[in-house]
Design a protein around this ligand. Structure first.
Ligand code: IMP
Ligand code: MG
Length: 181
């Protein structure tokens, strides 16, 4: 039997650390958007688990929605061309939007999405990411809420995949090099 734990190089953030950080982010978001109209938009599939934990720590009325985006290219390098596979179901004109993402890497996905949502009439668009890899940035993007700075390694777990696997790990880890090289 092959346990997914065998493919992990190192655990970077434990379940306990994730729980604490998510709570802290949710509290800050609730304070910042008190008395504001807010739609929290999760970017699937990667941010699915983070989003579902995060929204349960935000104790103000919010709407939620989801987008599915894909960037052309192979599994480990994003190409910079963003395709919207599933768009929002809400009309966002006049609403504050908070995008919830798993990882900001080159910044291409989020700089594209932010422009797109502003063009659709959002009152404001802010970004909450669980992880940031600032050394890899190509397109500058302002991050309003960030969980952790991640090392420049291939990250898996807590919703984040390699080739659609490892999303079910309950913590964040780096993947052994021999698996993706
Ligand atoms: P960006 O457009 O380069 O910022 O790409 C961000 C997207 O690439 C994230 O939403 C992830 O889906 C994916 N990504 C970037 N780094 C990693 C990683 O280390 N593991 C898994 N997915 C990653
Ligand atoms: Mg993603």
């Amino acid at each position: 039997m092959h346990h997914i734990q065998e493919d992990i190089q190192e655990v970077l953030f434990t379940e306990e650390q994730l729980r604490e950080k998510v709570k802290e982010l949710g509290k800050k978001i609730a304070e910042d958007y008190a008395d504001e109209k807010l739609i929290v938009v999760g970017i699937l599939k990667g941010a699915g688990i983070f989003m579902s934990d995060l929204i349960r720590t935000i104790d103000i009325p919010i709407r939620t929605d989801y987008m599915v985006v894909s960037s052309y290219g192979n599994a480990t390098i994003s190409s910079g061309v963003v395709r919207i596979v599933k768009d929002l179901e809400n009309d966002i004109a006049g609403w504050n939007i908070l995008i919830v993402e798993d990882i900001v890497d080159t910044g291409r996905t989020l700089s594209y999405l932010k422009d797109y949502l502003i063009r659709r009439g959002a009152k404001s668009v802010k970004i909450c990411t669980l992880l940031d890899k600032p050394d890899r940035r190509v397109n500058p993007v302002d991050i309003d809420y960030c969980g952790f700075i991640a090392p420049d390694e291939f990250i898996i777990g807590y919703g984040i995949d390699y080739a659609e696997q490892y999303r079910n790990l309950p913590f964040i880890a780096s993947l052994k090099r021999e698996i993706y090289e």
